[in-house]
Design a protein around this ligand. Structure first.
Ligand code: R5P
Length: 292
C-alpha cells in the first residue's frame, strides 16, 4: 500500500489524498535548529514502500532543502519509489534570460527535483516559453489542468460570465475555461515594468455591458496583475470582477487589496489560502492512480 508523506503546509491535502487513494498517511517531523538549519525525521517505516511526498512549493527556498532531506532519508530507509506531488510548482516563470547573466532557474530547479524523485505530479505549471514539463524535467512529469474545475465553478456561481485573461500568457487557461463554461472570453494586454509594476490595457469591453467580468489567471503573486485589471474595469464603469486563480500565492497584502476591488476572489487549494473554494484533490487522486 502506498504511503503519503506531507511536508509542512501540505498536511490537509496529503490527508485528503491518502483518503482518496485508501493509502497510509505518514508524517515528516521538521523543525529549525537555533541557527536556522533544518531538522527532518521520518518516523514511519519505509522499507519497501511506494512513497508519495506532498509538498506545496509556495515558498520554495524555505521548503526545498527539507524536501530534499526527506526524499534522501526516504530512499536510505528503503522506499522503493518516490513521487513528488507539488500542486504548485515553483520556479517556472524564469523561463528565459531577460537580462544578461540571469540564472535560468526554471531549468535549474527542474534538474534539482529530477535528481531526487522518480515522478512528479503538479497542477497548471506556468508553461509559457517551455511548452511542456518534459523540456526541463527528466522524470515523468504530469501537468494536470484545473480548467474544467474553474469552468464548473463559474457555470454554477456566475450569471452571464465574460471570462477575461489579463495578458497573452493567460490565453491558454482563459480560452479553455471559457469553452468549457460555454461563455465568451477576451484577453487583454499587459506590460510588466517590474515585480510590482504592471500596466494593463483595458480595451474591447464596450460591447459586453450586461455581462459579469470574471478575471482568470494561473497565479496571483504580488496581485498587481489582477488589481490593475480590476481597477481599470471599475474606472470604466464595469462591475467589480469575480477573480479566479489557480495558485493563490498572494504576497504581502495582495489578498486584502484585491478583495477591496473584486466582487469575489476564489482559488484552488494548490496552496492553502482563505480564498480556496475549488478543490483539485480529486484530480491529484486520479493522477496518482494512473501513475501507480
Ligand atoms: C504571469 O504572466 C502569470 O500568468 C501571472 O499573470 C503573474 O504571475 C501574476 O503576477 P502578479 O500577481 O505578481 O502580478
Amino acid at each position: 500500500m502506498r504511503l503519503i508523506l506531507p511536508l509542512p503546509g501540505a498536511e490537509a491535502l496529503a490527508s485528503e489524498i491518502a483518503a482518496g487513494l485508501d493509502a497510509d498517511l505518514g508524517a515528516v517531523e521538521t523543525r529549525r535548529f537555533p541557527d536556522g538549519e533544518a531538522y527532518v525525521r521520518l518516523p514511519t517505516a519505509l522499507a519497501g514502500r511506494d512513497v508519495v511526498i506532498v509538498c506545496t512549493l509556495v515558498r520554495p527556498d524555505e521548503q526545498f532543502l527539507r524536501l530534499v532531506f526527506a526524499a534522501r532519508a526516504a530512499r536510505e530507509l528503503g522506499a522503493t519509489r518516490l513521487t513528488l506531488v507539488a500542486p504548485y510548482l515553483a520556479y517556472m516563470r524564469q523561463d528565459k534570460r531577460f537580462q544578461p547573466g540571469e540564472a535560468l532557474t526554471s531549468r535549474h530547479f527542474a534538474h534539482l527535483i529530477s535528481r531526487e524523485f522518480d515522478a512528479l505530479v503538479t497542477v497548471d505549471p506556468h508553461l509559457h516559453r517551455h511548452k511542456a514539463l518534459s523540456e526541463i524535467y527528466s522524470i515523468p512529469a504530469t501537468a494536470l489542468r484545473a480548467a474544467p474545475l474553474l469552468a464548473d465553478w463559474i457555470r454554477f456561481n456566475v450569471e452571464r460570465p465574460l471570462i477575461i485573461g489579463p495578458d497573452a500568457e493567460s490565453e491558454q487557461w482563459v480560452s479553455e475555461v471559457a469553452e468549457l463554461a460555454a461563455a465568451p472570453h477576451l484577453v487583454l494586454s499587459k506590460q510588466r515594468h517590474g515585480d510590482r509594476d504592471v500596466e494593463i490595457a483595458i480595451s474591447g469591453l464596450d460591447g459586453w455591458r450586461g455581462y459579469q467580468p470574471v478575471l482568470v489567471d494561473d497565479i496571483v503573486s504580488s496581485g498587481r496583475t489582477m488589481i490593475e485589471t480590476a481597477e481599470g474595469m471599475i474606472a470604466k464603469g464595469l462591475p467589480k470582477p469575480v477573480c479566479v486563480a489557480v495558485h493563490a500565492l498572494f504576497a504581502d497584502d495582495a489578498y486584502l487589496r484585491l478583495s477591496e476591488r473584486a466582487g469575489l476572489v476564489i482559488s484552488t487549494n494548490t496552496i492553502s489560502h482563505p480564498s480556496n473554494g475549488i478543490s483539485v484533490t480529486p484530480l491529484l487522486v486520479d493522477a496518482l492512480v494512473q501513475v501507480e
